[in-house]
Design a protein around this ligand. Sequence first.
Ligand SMILES: [Mg+2]
Length: 250
Amino acid sequence: MDTLLVFDVDGTLTGPRRRMHEDFCRFFKSICRNYPVFLVSGSDMIKLEQQLPGEVIKLVTGIFACSGNELLMDGKHMFRMEHHFPGAVVTFLESFVEASQYPVRTGNHLENRTGTLNVSVVGRNADPGQRKKYFAHDNRNGERKALIEALVQEFPDYEANIGGQISVDVTPRGWNKSRVFRELSTRYPGLAIAFFGDNMHLGGNDRPLGDAIRNGSGDNRVFAVEDYCDTWKILQEQFCNWTSVHSQVA
Ligand SMILES: [Mg+2]
């Protein structure tokens, strides 16, 4: 059976906000030469280009950026779902950031991406140590979960999902990574999808796509991974039998 491989990026193919590991990159390029590969990220292309080598960007079949609200294939935009967030939503999120008991603020707390508003209490200027500390705080206190609940209660036309270590992606309801499943099953009917993500828990930004893929027809598989080493191991164990693999999808 032909299979499309679909990967989250941050935490699934790389460490948090880190560049792809060199050895893994070499291996991953061979995967890209043998399967049609799509990447799905909450980040925009600027951040993706910081994390992924140019060769990988060229080798993959397509990249869904900004939580699936942009699709790039062969360096061209296939679509871009823009959304203007109302002032009331922006003010609500700014107030949440201000009111948080977390003591550290690094700046760049609200970032506009295509179809998405990325919100972070500690701020996107946080260094890796500050990110780790905020992540531990969030695990103890459930701050991002509380933000999502409060937002959805106030603005039911919007939804939010936990992405990466420090932020939440706010989108109009339904504009999450699950769009990727609709798009791929229309473009490649009959192909099975294998999806890898590190944020597959309830409220995680890989969950909507994981659920859509599990509930879709076909021999699809969803892998909740711990980190890129876990992804590497699963790929080696289950997807390296090149002889059974079909040629690249055009
Ligand atoms: Mg991730």
